[in-house]
Design a protein. Structure first.
Length: 451
């Protein structure tokens, strides 16, 4: 439990909560202003980058449909060892897996953690020739442009959205997004726990459909933070917003067995089966391992930005977001935040979502019994947070991941079949159980004015 600091005059809990709420409101406001400033150079004006480019770029294909997120990965920090060279002189071929089909595609590249401008002289997108392949399927290689140009410079701290390109992207496909940067521009903005093998090649091999030059395998995603598709099959996006449990840090590599993957597969199957009332939504993953609601790590900009800081970037600015599923709070608990602070932070996220017409489904905090940092005090906080979440006073709807995964005979621990072995993260089977636990009916319905 949090100790009273020296000099505490014994002020009332109500007064403390009011002060905490004011501080969090200030953090949210400042974070939103910072993000707007960071994004100002991407040509978006007052709109999100996605919407502005979709409307104003004459090179975009003209077609009916809805822009939705097909894949995403939140930028986490600057990749160690890439200062100052970055990926200069190398082709980076990221492999990503789609949750929605589309007739056109566009990507977002981020230089959030770069200390100098990132100049990409060549970029492409293609369907992978097969699972685990760095080769492109025949006839699918497309050159990407940015404002009609094949080369683009992304200033340090900013991001850029590509023009849309015609490409039939299937649901559940592996897509290759390749970039080439000739000059030093480190450190590289990356997502470290991809749980997906991607590839590197020397020289500009961006439009080479063969996998032969791509001799180096890598377990991280670099620069690429989003893939959107113009879809006739999906009309909205669900964002899974969380920590390592959402990031899928213990799931099988290159197998797409994170819980958002399992949930996406189940949602698609329900739509395909004609189940009434099931919305046609894509699902994207905005999990960051080690993420907390309240605290960012060090750095300018801060690495592993807090949930409150990054919510606008990773949720609100995704295309056509209808629902966000929030699974955050375990890391705050393990860093000794108290229950009221965690709940105040979660409610601040809900207010941000509601202000944009987005429904919020929230998860209970999963078991930590047996984890080396488990203590009775931290368990008390976890149980207190879960009790309030279950009361219905935090979120619009609740998904009880704790109840789904815990051992019924030892409820502070995972059931053995759902435990990855570290007593903190689920196994593949546990992730599948999580995906099966989200009630599809909770994805629909009006957003309340306030809880």
């Amino acid at each position: 439990m949090t100790q009273r600091p020296a000099g505490d005059d014994g002020a009332s809990p109500t007064r403390h909560r009011a002060l905490l709420s004011a501080i969090i409101t200030l953090i949210v406001a400042v974070s939103a202003c910072i993000y707007v400033g960071v994004s100002a150079g991407d040509g978006s004006g007052g709109d999100s980058p996605a919407e502005s480019h979709a409307r104003h770029n004459a090179a975009d294909p003209v077609s009916a449909g809805t822009w939705v997120g097909a894949w995403s990965a939140a930028p986490v920090g600057g990749e160690p060892g890439t200062e100052p060279a970055g990926m200069a002189g190398r082709s980076v071929r990221n492999v990503v897996h789609t949750s929605a089909a589309g007739t056109s595609a566009r990507i977002t590249l981020s230089n959030l953690y770069g200390q100098s401008p990132l100049t990409v002289t060549h970029a492409s997108i293609a369907l992978a020739a097969g699972h685990g392949s760095s080769a492109a399927a025949a006839g699918t290689m497309r050159r990407l442009t940015f404002g009609g140009a094949t080369s683009v410079t992304v200033p340090a701290g900013q991001q850029i959205l590509s023009d849309a390109v015609r490409l039939q992207v299937p649901q559940g496909a592996d897509v290759l997004v390749t970039t080439y940067a000739p000059a030093e521009s480190g450190p590289v903005t990356f997502h470290p726990y991809a749980r997906q093998i991607s590839y590197l090649a020397d020289g500009d091999r961006v439009e080479n459909p063969s996998g032969t030059p791509y001799t180096q395998r890598t377990s991280v995603w670099r620069y690429l933070t989003a893939l959107d598709v113009l879809s006739h099959d999906a009309n909205g996006t669900v964002v899974a917003f969380g920590d390592s449990i959402t990031d899928g840090s213990t799931s099988s590599e290159s197998a797409n067995r994170r819980w958002p993957d399992a949930f996406s597969q189940r949602l698609r199957a329900a739509v395909a089966a004609g189940r009434p009332g099931v919305p046609r939504y894509s699902v994207v993953n905005a999990g960051i391992s080690g993420n907390q609601i309240l605290v960012s790590r060090a750095g300018r900009p801060a690495e592993n930005q807090s949930g409150l800081t990054r919510f606008a970037r990773d949720v609100l600015d995704r295309p056509n977001v209808k629902v966000v599923i929030v699974d955050l709070g375990i890391n705050d608990t393990l860093h000794d935040a108290d229950a009221d602070a965690i709940l105040t932070g979660l409610r601040a996220l809900v207010r941000q979502a509601h202000a944009h017409g987005i429904k919020v489904v929230g998860a209970t905090l999963t078991p930590i019994g047996g984890y080396p940092r488990y203590t009775g005090a931290r368990e008390t906080v976890r149980e207190r947070v879960n009790a309030v979440i279950r009361s219905g006073t935090v979120y619009d709807a609740v998904v009880d991941f704790d109840k789904a995964l815990r051992d019924p005979y030892a409820p502070r621990r995972y059931a053995a079949e759902y435990d990855s072995g570290d007593h903190l993260h689920p196994s593949d089977r546990g992730y599948r159980k999580m995906g099966d636990t989200v009630d599809l009916a909770d994805l629909t319905g009006a957003v309340p004015a306030r809880l």
